[in-house]
Design a protein around this ligand. Structure first.
Ligand code: ADP
Ligand code: MG
Length: 269
């Protein structure tokens, strides 16, 4: 009887229920659970496990480079953005409304950390995310163009609710590929959300794209429904080193951003 039931549960793809039915029935008997409680347990078991399997798959497909948590972000060190502001993003209304975010700032201020942590929270809430380092994105874009499969590639990407492009601006994009990137942005416009991190302010993007007019068209679409956030301050990577050196070092900003620490009062000899 149980064997047959297990087979039928597998036929209707309730694999987790089928696997757990013996244990759950036994537990229900041992604890005098009602029929409805027993059924509830079986269904919960199936739903919980389906959620876990789906999450694992979507997490893998998102291609997050590593795990970063909002809870581990030190908002006392990075004060250009508040915890309240980031927590506000975690209701993901902006994803439902197909809005974009751009995190702009010099190296080490937490742009990638925040973009990974936000992606992770979005995944936990059931959104589909695809994370790219911009150089990887460009590589894939060029490859798909060469193989005449750009349309399918973009169509695949648009299945995600959020596409993250990390580190736009570090390496210049070949002028020939700027129009391809524009096509992608245009397809996403008001249809999917994009989160970009960049060390360049949008007015510097023209030189990155090698074509001012296409850069303007890209920006126009990206910024229309977008919250740009400027993160400044010292590099977290250098935090301890700067403290060790008593901040008595000449600091070089990589994008003309203000650095939080005061410049050294005396030039070290
Ligand atoms: P960016 O992308 O702006 O160059 P990252 O996000 O890669 O900087 O940050 C560099 C390193 O410093 C990462 O290991 C990151 O987790 C850490 N980090 C940066 N800012 C903070 C912060 N405010 N609190 C905790 N860790 C941080
Ligand atoms: Mg980064």
């Amino acid at each position: 009887m149980i064997d047959e039931l297990q087979q039928d549960l597998r036929k209707i793809r309730c694999y987790h229920m089928a696997n757990a039915i013996d244990d759950i029935l036994q537990h229900s008997k041992d604890n005098d659970l009602s029929y409805i409680e027993c059924l509830r347990r079986l269904v919960d078991h199936e739903l919980d496990n389906r959620y876990k399997v789906r999450l694992k798959k979507q997490y893998r497909q998102s291609n997050l480079p590593c795990d970063k948590l909002i809870e581990c972000f030190d908002f006392n060190f990075q004060t250009s953005i508040t915890k309240r502001q980031v927590n506000g993003w975690l209701d993901f209304d902006w994803l439902d409304n197909r809005n974009n975010k751009i995190l702009i700032g010099p190296s080490g201020v937490g742009k990638t950390h925040l973009s990974i942590a936000i992606s992770r929270e979005a995944l936990l809430k059931g959104y589909k995310v695809r994370f790219f380092i911009m150089s990887e994105f460009i590589e894939e874009m060029i490859l798909n163009e060469a193989e005449n499969s750009s349309k399918e590639w973009i169509k695949g990407l648009l299945k995600n609710d959020l596409i993250v492009l990390d580190e736009l601006g570090y390496l210049p994009m070949d002028r020939r590929y700027t129009h391809l990137f524009f096509q992608f942005i245009n397809e996403c416009y008001e249809y999917r959300s994009i989160l970009i991190t960049s060390n360049k302010t949008p007015h510097q993007w023209g030189s990155f794209f090698g074509d001012e007019s296409v850069a303007m068209a890209i920006l126009d679409r990206l910024l229309h429904h977008c919250e740009p956030v400027l993160l400044n301050g010292d590099s977290y990577r250098l935090k301890d080193k700067l403290e060790l050196m008593g901040h008595n070092v000449a600091k070089v900003s990589d994008g003309g951003f203000p650095l939080r620490s005061k410049p050294p009062s005396e030039t070290p000899r």
